[in-house]
Design a protein around this ligand. Structure first.
Ligand SMILES: Cc1cc2nc3c(=O)[nH]c(=O)nc-3n(C[C@H](O)[C@H](O)[C@H](O)COP(=O)(O)O)c2cc1C
Length: 216
């Protein structure tokens, strides 16, 4: 910095000193590789966000009356399509049920939704397109595995959007299946379950989870 004094006077000298200071700061930052540090910090923050979402997610069965907007449904169903799926067939489809009568009906038909599912603002019925599953025997299990990946994505995106959700398994009493199919499944697709969606005031309590699924 002293070198400048030989050549510069007054304002010019001040400017040069400032310039030099900035260059020194830049050099210092470059030595610490501050940009890389910022990048890794950003990456680890992103990682933490996903883990936080996984850890804070719960099945929500109590909802308030706030509606879920079309935009929100679009976003949820968009991310549901991002999931891994068998042979990339992408054979899972959803329909949105939001009228009161249909929701009441589902509340009676879906064994796992009795007593609460009708209070959800919207219910997504998940179906698999059966013709997509060509390998011997796979139709017995593959549609439900594919639906499992979709339902997990829904849980995660809903958690991020602060929307409550709970999956309902596809169990319907044998004698009621014809009513379900007449009303909701005219294309005779494979019904894989339902996702109740709604806003909430109070989040459901978290279930205690085992530490790992690993068998020692
Ligand atoms: C394959 C599957 C089927 C489920 N079926 C139902 C159901 O029919 N009705 C229901 O209320 N919850 C159902 N759930 C939600 C579970 O009860 C819930 O995930 C479990 O109690 C753990 O609670 P948590 O999701 O809050 O961690 C289902 C979840 C999964 C993954």
């Amino acid at each position: 910095m002293l070198d400048f004094k030989i050549f510069c006077k007054g304002e010019e000298l001040k400017e040069k000193i400032e310039e030099k200071k900035i260059i020194n700061i830049l050099h210092k930052h470059m030595k610490k590789d501050i940009h890389q540090k910022r990048y890794t910090k950003h990456q680890s923050k992103k990682k933490r966000q996903l883990i936080e979402i996984l850890e804070s997610r719960v099945s929500q069965r109590i909802f308030n009356n706030d509606p879920i907007t079309d935009e929100e449904i679009k976003k949820i169903t968009h991310y549901m399509a991002e999931v891994p799926n068998s042979c990339s067939r992408q054979a899972i489809y959803a329909i949105v049920i939001d009228d009161r009568v249909s929701k009441e009906l589902l509340g009676g038909l879906l064994v796992g939704g009795v007593g609460w599912i009708h209070r959800a603002d919207k219910v997504l019925l998940l179906f698999a397109f059966g013709d997509a599953y060509k390998a011997a025997g796979e139709i017995k299990f593959m549609p439900y595995l594919d639906a499992g990946a979709v339902l997990m994505a829904s849980y995660l995106i809903c958690e991020e959007m602060k929307i409550g959700t709970c999956f309902v398994n596809p169990n319907i009493r044998e004698e009621y299946k014809k009513y379900f199919n007449e009303k909701f499944n005219k294309g005779e697709l494979i019904f894989c379950g339902a996702l109740a969606l709604g806003k909430y005031d109070k989040k459901a309590g978290k279930n205690i989870k085992k530490n790992s699924i690993l068998i020692k």
